[in-house]
Ligand binder design. Structure first.
Ligand code: ADP
Ligand code: ZN
Length: 308
């Protein structure tokens, strides 16, 4: 059996796992993303954690085919650099692959986290056997990983698919990026909590806003129905652009379940441009826990071997 190591760097924690060639997690651990220390120091801690995991799993180094790293964008996956992610403010131009290669003499690959999650879905999730799909994460932000013609779409530096900053409806106001009405500023978990809290005049979590929606709280119903429409608009644009077989939605907000999926599917069935587009399935991601590390580990395996 061959194994790889997945490292998922998030804004709050780094998840690390030894994963086998079937996508099964053999050993895993977590450490806090300590932003009070330098990226160099955190990478030393990550290396120590990897060393510890390898020992604990009793797997020979010869069986480890590589290390895959998933990290928030923007990054430069071709040159193995994390460039300027808003969630990791002190990680500016960090050549993480080169630094980790000082310790590990196996191939190390870097991808943005949405791309890694898309690969995990392709490998062992809702994208198995599907050569055209778009994975959309609706979480703290909104991002996508695009599998087009059986390949992960990278773009120039590995940042393709950053749909969160596509303008959908400027009347929703200014986004952190400076534009008005970006998808992420309307429909991410963060945005939903903020908009719901503003309406109700008290601090609410995203889940609490959806609970009020289920309880048919008038102003919240209006808000969420608009947000569902906005997510539908985004999915129609994705369908019209990439002609996928499926849209797979993951991320914390996808836990809302059927209400969200039905609303988006309904919008897609009416407004996608071509008749086959209108039948595009909108389905939940299969991997929730562990999608990040499994996707990172997937970077080392030939997940696309069944491509057209
Ligand atoms: P991250 O963005 O760090 O990867 P998640 O994918 O878990 O994290 O997304 C976090 C977002 O999802 C938060 O805005 C959170 O409020 C929201 N969320 C988590 N669980 C639910 C739920 N059951 N219903 C609605 N929103 C949820
Ligand atoms: Zn924006």
């Amino acid at each position: 059996m061959r194994y790889s190591i997945g490292v998922d760097i998030g804004g709050t924690k780094v998840a690390i796992a030894v994963v086998d060639a079937d996508g099964k997690i053999i050993e895993q651990t977590k450490l806090p993303t300590d932003l009070s220390i330098s990226p160099r120091e955190l990478i030393v801690r990550i290396n120590e954690a990897i060393e510890h995991l390898i020992k604990k799993s009793y797997i020979e180094m010869e069986q480890m085919i590589g290390i895959g790293i998933g990290a928030p964008g923007p990054l430069d996956s071709r040159n193995g650099k994390i460039t300027c992610p808003p969630n990791l403010p002190n990680w500016v131009d960090v050549p993480i692959v080169a630094w980790m290669n000082e310790k590990w003499k196996i191939p190390i690959r870097l991808e943005n986290d949405a791309n890694a999650a898309a690969l995990a879905e392709k490998w062992i999730g809702a994208g198995v056997g599907v050569n055209h799909f778009v994975y959309v994460t609706v979480s703290t932000g909104i991002g996508t990983g695009i599998i087009a013609d059986g390949k992960l779409l990278h773009g120039r530096k590995g940042n393709a698919g950053d749909i969160g900053h596509t303008v959908i409806d400027p009347s929703f106001g200014k986004c952190t990026c400076g534009q008005y009405g970006c998808l992420e500023s309307i429909a991410s978990g963060t945005a939903i909590a903020k908009r719901g809290s503003d309406i109700m005049g008290r601090e609410l979590t995203t889940k609490e806003v959806f609970d009020l929606y289920q309880q048919k709280e008038g102003a919240i119903v209006e808000l969420i129905d608009r947000i569902f429409r906005v997510l539908g608009v985004a999915c129609v644009s994705i369908i019209n652009t990439f002609d996928p077989e499926k849209i797979i939605i993951g991320g914390g907000v996808s836990n809302v379940g059927a209400t969200l999926f039905n609303a988006i599917q309904d919008y897609v069935s009416q407004y996608a441009l071509n008749p086959t587009g209108r039948t595009t399935e909108v389905v939940p991601a299969k991997l929730s826990q562990g999608a990040g590390v499994v996707g990172a580990a997937a970077l080392c395996f030939e997940v696309m071997s069944d491509s057209e």
